[in-house]
Write a protein that binds this ligand. Structure first.
Ligand SMILES: *[C@@H]1O[C@H](CO)[C@@H](O)[C@H](O)[C@H]1NC(C)=O
Ligand SMILES: *[C@@H]1O[C@H](CO)[C@@H](O)[C@H](O)[C@H]1NC(C)=O
Ligand SMILES: *[C@@H]1O[C@H](CO)[C@@H](O)[C@H](O)[C@H]1NC(C)=O
Ligand SMILES: *[C@@H]1O[C@H](CO)[C@@H](O)[C@H](O)[C@H]1NC(C)=O
Ligand SMILES: *[C@@H]1O[C@H](CO)[C@@H](O)[C@H](O)[C@H]1NC(C)=O
Ligand SMILES: *[C@@H]1O[C@H](CO)[C@@H](O)[C@H](O)[C@H]1NC(C)=O
Ligand SMILES: *[C@@H]1O[C@H](CO)[C@@H](O)[C@H](O)[C@H]1NC(C)=O
Ligand SMILES: *[C@@H]1O[C@H](CO)[C@@H](O)[C@H](O)[C@H]1NC(C)=O
Ligand SMILES: *[C@@H]1O[C@H](CO)[C@@H](O)[C@H](O)[C@H]1NC(C)=O
Ligand SMILES: *[C@@H]1O[C@H](CO)[C@@H](O)[C@H](O)[C@H]1NC(C)=O
Ligand SMILES: *[C@@H]1O[C@H](CO)[C@@H](O)[C@H](O)[C@H]1NC(C)=O
Ligand SMILES: *[C@@H]1O[C@H](CO)[C@@H](O)[C@H](O)[C@H]1NC(C)=O
Length: 443
C-alpha cells in the first residue's frame, strides 16, 4: 500500500518550471552556468516542489585575492541580484570568507558557485560569530534561507577544517561551525557542489521545506593524527519535504541523520564511505521535548567502511552521559513510517541497528526506564553484502527497551553475512522479530 502510493507520486509530472531557453542562453553567454535540474527519481516525498521562475540579471562577485575577506563583495552581489538574479562566483577564483554571512533574506535567486569559497581558519572569530542554531550547540559559517534559492555551479565550499580538528582534540567543548547551513529555506535546490573539510557536520537543514540536494560530493580528511570527528553528511531538523540524492559522501559520522521533526524525506542513490550510516536520531536527548521523525524513504544506498547501515538511535527514558559534549535522555516523541529499501554493504559493523539505549552502556538501566519515544511502522528490506569482523557472528542489533514502545517492525530479504558466514542479530523487546531474522539474546 505504502510503496504503491510512493511509486504513484514518483510518476507525477515534474512541476518545477525552469528558465526559458532564451533567457538562460543570454545568462550563459555572460558566464553563468545552466541550471542543472537533476530529476527527483525514482522516489519522491509526495508533495510537489514549488516553481522557480527564470532569472533575468547576472551579478559577478569580485575577489580581493591574497586571502583577503571577500564577504562584503559577496553580500553586495547577492543584494544587487536578489529578487530575480543570478550571482556568479567565477571559475578558477578562490573567495575568502572571514565574516559570518546571514543570507536568510534570499528570494528568487541563483548562486552559481563555479570557483571556491574558502572559510578562514580564525577559530576565535568563528566561535564568537558563527550563527548559533541552539540544537546540539550547532553553529554555522553562514545561514542560507528565504524562498526559491538555487545553488550550483560545480565549485567547492572548503571549511578549512584541519585547524578545527586539531583544536577539538585539545578541547571537545569548542564550537566547530557547520559548513553549509540551510536555515529557514522554503523552496530550493542545492546541486553539483563539492563540500570539503568541514569543521563539523557538512550540512544542517533546519526550519526548511521543499528543498532538494542532488549531486553533492563530500570529502575531507584530517592530515594530522587528530581525526575529523562528527562530520555528518546531512542533518535534517524541523524540516519537511526534503530530497537528498545522487551523492558521494566520504566522511566520519552519520552519512545522513534525521534529527527531531524531520518528516517527508527521500534519500536515494547515495554512496557513503567511512560513515555511521543512515540514521534516525539520535532522538529523545532533551527532557521535555517531543521529537517526531516520520515518512522517511531511503532507497539504493551503498554503504562502505561504516559502523552502521540503517540505524535508529534513541536515548533512554532517563538522563545519561555519553561524553562531556554528548549527554541527555528522557525526551519523548515518535518514529514512524520509516523505510530502508535497498542497501549494499561492504565492511559495515552492523547492517541494521535499532537501539533505545543510546548514550548509555547499562542495558539494565535502559530496560528499567524504557524510552519515552515510540518506534513503529518500520520496514527494512533488500539489503545485501557483508559486515565487518567487529561483531561477528552478529550482523545487526535490534534491541528496544520495552515491547510496549516498539511495534510493527518488518525486516525482510536481508542477505547480509558476517565474514564468518553467519547472519545472526541480537534481538530483544520487538514483537515477532524472531520469525524475521535469526535472533540471539543481546549481551
Ligand atoms: C591560517 O591561515 C593563514 C592565511 O591563509 C595562514 O597564514 C596561517 O598559517 C593559518 N593558520 C593556521 C593555524 O593554520
Ligand atoms: C527555527 O524556528 C524556531 C521557531 O521560530 C526558532 O525558535 C529556531 O531558533 C529556528 N532555528 C532552528 C535551527 O531551530
Ligand atoms: C568526489 O570527489 C573526490 C575527491 O575529489 C573524487 O575522488 C571522486 O571521484 C568524486 N566522486 C564523484 C562521484 O564525483
Ligand atoms: C543506485 O545509485 C547509484 C549511485 O550511487 C546509481 O548509479 C544507480 O543507477 C542507482 N540504481 C538504481 C536502481 O536506481
Ligand atoms: C573510505 O573510508 C575509509 C575508512 O574511513 C578510508 O580509509 C578511505 O580513505 C575512504 N575512501 C575514500 C575514497 O575516501
Ligand atoms: C516537533 O513537533 C511536535 C509536534 O508538532 C512539537 O510538539 C514539538 O515541539 C516539535 N519539536 C521540536 C524539537 O521542534
Ligand atoms: C509513509 O511515508 C511515505 C514516504 O516515505 C509516504 O509516501 C506515505 O504516504 C506515508 N504513509 C502514511 C500513512 O503517511
Ligand atoms: C573502504 O576502505 C578501504 C581501506 O580502508 C579502501 O581500500 C576502500 O576503497 C574503501 N571503500 C570505499 C568505497 O571507499
Ligand atoms: C553545549 O555546550 C555546553 C557548554 O560548552 C556544554 O556544557 C554542553 O555539554 C554542550 N551540549 C551538547 C549537547 O553538546
Ligand atoms: C545498571 O543499572 C542497574 C539498574 O538501574 C543498576 O542496579 C546497576 O548497578 C547498574 N550497573 C552499573 C554497572 O552501573
Ligand atoms: C519518561 O520515562 C520515564 C521512565 O520510563 C517516566 O518516569 C517518565 O514519566 C516519562 N516521561 C514522559 C514525559 O513521558
Ligand atoms: C532481495 O533483495 C535483492 C537486493 O539485495 C533484490 O535484488 C531482490 O530483488 C530482492 N528480492 C525480493 C523478493 O524482493
Amino acid at each position: 500500500m505504502r510503496v504503491s502510493s510512493i511509486i504513484a507520486a514518483a510518476l507525477l509530472p515534474a512541476s518545477t518550471v525552469w528558465s526559458s531557453p532564451v533567457e538562460s542562453e543570454a545568462l550563459v553567454a555572460r558566464g553563468a552556468s545552466k541550471r542543472p535540474n537533476h530529476p527527483i527519481q525514482p522516489f519522491h516525498p509526495g508533495k510537489p516542489f514549488p516553481d522557480s521562475p527564470s532569472r533575468t540579471k547576472t551579478c559577478t562577485v569580485k575577489s580581493n585575492g591574497n586571502g583577503k575577506d571577500d564577504s562584503t563583495n559577496i553580500l553586495r552581489a547577492i543584494k544587487t541580484c536578489n529578487n530575480g538574479g543570478h550571482v556568479v562566483f567565477s571559475k578558477g577564483t578562490t573567495y575568502t570568507i572571514g565574516t559570518a554571512l546571514d543570507l536568510t533574506f534570499l528570494k528568487h535567486i541563483d548562486l552559481d558557485i563555479q570557483g571556491k569559497l574558502l572559510f578562514t581558519n580564525d577559530t576565535d572569530y568563528w566561535q564568537a560569530n558563527a550563527f548559533k542554531q541552539v540544537f546540539q550547540n550547532a553553529t554555522t559559517f553562514f545561514q542560507l534561507g528565504g524562498q526559491d534559492v538555487n545553488v550550483y555551479g560545480g565549485g567547492t565550499l572548503d571549511g578549512n577544517g584541519q585547524v578545527w580538528y586539531d583544536l577539538y582534540a585539545k578541547n571537545n567543548l569548542i564550537l566547530r561551525p557547520i559548513l553549509f547551513g540551510t536555515i529557514g529555506l522554503h523552496g530550493g535546490r542545492i546541486e553539483d557542489l563539492n563540500l570539503r573539510y568541514s569543521p563539523q557536520w557538512y550540512n544542517l537543514v533546519a526550519n526548511s521545506t521543499d528543498v532538494v540536494f542532488s549531486d553533492i560530493n563530500i570529502s575531507g580528511y584530517s592530515s594530522s593524527s587528530n581525526v575529523a570527528k562528527n562530520t555528518d553528511g546531512w542533518d535534517t531538523y524541523r524540516s519537511s519535504n526534503i530530497v537528498i540524492q545522487n551523492s558521494h559522501i566520504d566522511n566520519g559520522d552519520d552519512c545522513v541523520s534525521f534529527k527531531p521533526n524531520s518528516t517527508d524525506i527521500v534519500v536515494q542513490n547515495l554512496m557513503c564511505n567511512g560513515s555511521h550510516g543512515i540514521s534516525v536520531g539520535s532522538l529523545g536527548q532533551y527532557k521535555g521535548t517531543v521529537d517526531i521523525v516520520k515518512n522517511i524513504y531511503t532507497y539504493n544506498v551503498t554503504m562502505s567502511n561504516a559502523s552502521d547501515g540503517a540505524r535508529i538511535k534513541v536515548w533512554p527514558g532517563v538522563s545519561s552521559a555519553l561524553s562531556d559534549d554528548l549527554q541527555g535522555g528522557g525526551g519523548s516523541g515518535a518514529v514512524s513510517n520509516i523505510t530502508y529499501d535497498g542497501m549494499k554493504l561492504f565492511n559495515v559493523d552492523y547492517a541494521i541497528e535499532i537501539t533505545q539505549c543510546y548514550g548509555q552502556k547499562n542495558l539494565t538501566l535502559c530496560n528499567q526506564f524504557p524510552s519515552n519515544l515510540t518506534i513503529s511502522d518500520v520496514t527494512i528490506k533488500n539489503f545485501s553484502g557483508t559486515t565487518s569482523k567487529k561483531y561477528d557472528p552478529l550482523v545487526g542489533y535490534l534491541v528496544c527497551s520495552s515491547p510496549t514502545v516498539c511495534s510493527d517492525i518488518n525486516i525482510s530479504n536481508i542477505t547480509v553475512k558476517s565474514p564468518s558466514g553467519t547472519d545472526a542479530f541480537a534481538c530483544a523487546n520487538i514483537a515477532g522479530i524472531e520469525s524475521q531474522v535469526s535472533c540471539r539474546a543481546p549481551k
